[in-house]
Write a protein that binds this ligand. Structure first.
Ligand code: PLP
Length: 349
């Protein structure tokens, strides 16, 4: 359905294009580090480390991320977790009650929830049995009010990555935004789509510090896209959406790539061990390949096994309510010790 070229003015909501963004004190005067007296933002003047408003544009953190990923700082938007980033995308591009988006279940539940919150219709096009996008059906579902297609790769809860061919076809044939959620990309040996944002103006890639980077508690989500798209999201984000503590802590972590790589490689080793150990569990019927830090498993009776593990003090996720996921359980890969306890528990059920 390639009817017209990608055009941000056609895609963004009219009211957002017209909007004049709020200008905060810290937007109007940007400190260059020299000693100044700040009497512009009604802050408490007594220093305690966080008495000043944070940088609304998170320049220091963005600079490091942009360098590491080989993009410009103008291709980066940061948010209070991916959840905020995704919500901003909805609010910038989807007119409530008029526009629609497409999701590909079984997948991450937030896309649907955010669509509902924003009163935007959600069309669901199931993945194939091998958990790949049904590209033909996806493109057929597109109509003139379809603004976004959400692709989660590696996908949660199935764990697999979508093929390059499938994603490329969607990027090429759909004129709206294609959001690729790469929350688990650091656990995968597949390449990030980040490199392609120059090639495809309709491509948006989201990542997070919540998984491989080990910072779920600080809430830092990242959105990479064309300058046009990032500009619009910047217009509507709350001025101080990423707090000072988060910016500091994130910066400390992202510069320490060695430690992150070390932890990821350990998780990958454990993923392999866990996957092999699961093969010996009598009630496990299928173990799905994973490019993420979890493993989806088909069992004889998911509710029963879930409750049995709960009684032993182990909390996993029952994904059986998701389409194509009947009687499936999702195990997050823990530490070596945690995984040993899990396997022992499973053997004894
Ligand atoms: C965990 C997860 C996220 C992370 O969300 P945050 O708000 O950044 O913590 C995003 N997308 C998917 C698919 C996830 O599983």
């Amino acid at each position: 359905m390639k009817t017209k070229q990608f055009d941000i003015k056609q895609l963004a909501r009219e009211s957002i294009l017209r909007l004049k963004p709020y200008s905060s004190a810290r937007d109007e005067y940007v400190s260059d580090g020299s000693k100044m007296i700040f009497l512009d933002a009604n802050e408490n003047p007594f220093e305690n480390g966080v008495n000043r408003y944070p940088d609304p544009q998170q320049r220091n953190l963005k600079k490091v991320l942009a360098e590491q990923k080989g993009v410009s700082i103008n291709n980066v938007l940061l948010g209070n977790g991916s959840d905020e980033v995704l919500d901003l995308i909805f609010r910038a591009f989807c007119e409530p009650k008029i526009d629609n988006i497409i999701t590909l279940p079984p997948t991450y539940g937030m896309y649907k929830v955010l669509a509902n919150i924003n009163n935007v219709a959600e069309q669901e096009v199931l993945l194939t049995k091998s958990f790949q996008p049904n590209v033909e059906a996806v493109l057929e579902a597109v109509n003139q009010n379809t603004k976004i297609i959400f692709l989660c790769s590696p996908n949660n809860p199935t764990g697999n990555s979508f093929s390059i061919k499938n994603i490329t076809q969607i990027l090429k044939e759909f004129n709206g935004l294609v959001v690729i959620d790469e929350a688990y990309i650091d656990f995968s040996d597949k390449e990030s789509w980040l490199k392609k944002i120059k090639e495809y103006p309709n491509l948006v890639v989201t990542q997070t510090l919540s998984k491989a980077y080990g910072l779920a508690g600080i809430r830092l989500g990242i959105c990479y896209g064309s300058e046009e798209v990032i500009d619009i999201l910047n217009k509507i984000k709350p001025p101080y959406n990423v707090n000072e503590l988060t910016q500091k802590r994130a910066l400390e972590r992202v510069v320490n790539q060695d430690q992150i790589k070390l932890e990821v490689s350990e998780i990958l080793r454990e993923r392999k061990n866990l996957s092999e150990a699961l093969r010996d569990i009598s009630f496990v019927n299928e173990i799905y390949e994973s490019d993420a830090n979890f493993i989806l498993v088909k069992v004889d009776n998911a509710s029963k096994r879930y409750n049995q593990l709960l009684e032993k003090g182990i909390v996993i996720r029952n994904r059986s309510t998701q389409p194509l996921c009947e009687n499936t359980l999702r195990f997050t890969v823990g530490t070596d010790e945690e995984n040993k306890i899990l396997i022992e528990a499973l053997k004894n059920l």
